[in-house]
Design a protein around this ligand. Sequence first.
Ligand SMILES: NC(=O)c1ccc[n+]([C@@H]2O[C@H](COP(=O)([O-])OP(=O)(O)OC[C@H]3O[C@@H](n4cnc5c(N)ncnc54)[C@H](OP(=O)(O)O)[C@@H]3O)[C@@H](O)[C@H]2O)c1
Length: 293
Amino acid sequence: MINLANQLTNRNKFIIFGGGFSGNYFAKSIRKLGCTALTSSRSKNNDPNSFIFNSETNLLPESSIFEGATHILSCIPPDKNGNDPVLKSLKNKLQGLSLKWVGYLSTTGVYGNTNGNWVSEKDNPNPLQERSQKRLNCEKEWINSYLPIQIFRLPGIYGPGRSTLEAIKNKKIKVIYKDDQVFSRIHVADIANAIIYLIENKNKLDFHQIINIADDEPCAQVEVIRYGYKLLGLKMPEKILFEDAKKYLSPIAQSFWLENRRVSNKLLCEKLGYRLIYKNYKVGLDNCFINII
Ligand SMILES: NC(=O)c1ccc[n+]([C@@H]2O[C@H](COP(=O)([O-])OP(=O)(O)OC[C@H]3O[C@@H](n4cnc5c(N)ncnc54)[C@H](OP(=O)(O)O)[C@@H]3O)[C@@H](O)[C@H]2O)c1
């Protein structure tokens, strides 16, 4: 990776909407480089770097939060009506700031089903699920906002504290198998690191408004689960065929199995030169394992 610490300094202030799993991880990463990073939460907490934002109840951040802001990252999904929570409540406010960069975390769900084929940013989105259509609408809204926006399409996110290992330990896992079905995934550290890499090298790299951040090796979910059981020293239960498991799954859980695609990271990793920290689920889960033992 190109020297990061030189360019992002304490003169940069990041406002991160949605201090959930990825937003919080990104905030911690960017603070290590000396930047200020504030994260939003829908309810009050004791974190001095957190502020309240809830688009549903119209709880908006105080003006002081935006003072000196240089970068924005939104990690909030569309609301139940399909609106983007940040743009719905704060578009004018953001447009009035002198921002260097704005990022939006989207999903690879916008590509729909490719029957296991590779899909890249060059392919037209073809959302299958209503939630993915809403997501695509939000992407378009961000693009039409004329903010300096960069959109990151993400597959299943995992990392320390939220991975197959916790699912096994909390007995929340079903070992489901469907012929030829694969999923793509990404470790949360690579989301943060890739975004920082792109911001740091903005002036040297071609600018792409939409970028996939995915690891190198989409694979069957059962492979990941098997590896999780191995790390934990536990015996994996028998596999259940998707057709048999279907009736026990929630509609949302079922819907994930209706889409089968391999998400390409060639733009990020070949053209733009980002080097993944966790190129596949094995090295990624090894890292999660270190964090729970
Ligand atoms: N999880 C995945 O596998 C996955 C895969 C692809 C894409 N994505 C997308 O990537 C983004 C980040 O994912 P994540 O899993 O890191 O998110 P997450 O942990 O679920 O956090 C979501 C954040 O959004 C906030 N939020 C939700 N609705 C809000 C509203 N109406 N007003 C204000 N704040 C609101 C939540 O606030 P609180 O902190 O108060 O709860 C939380 O901080 C999301 O857009 C997600 O849909 C996720």
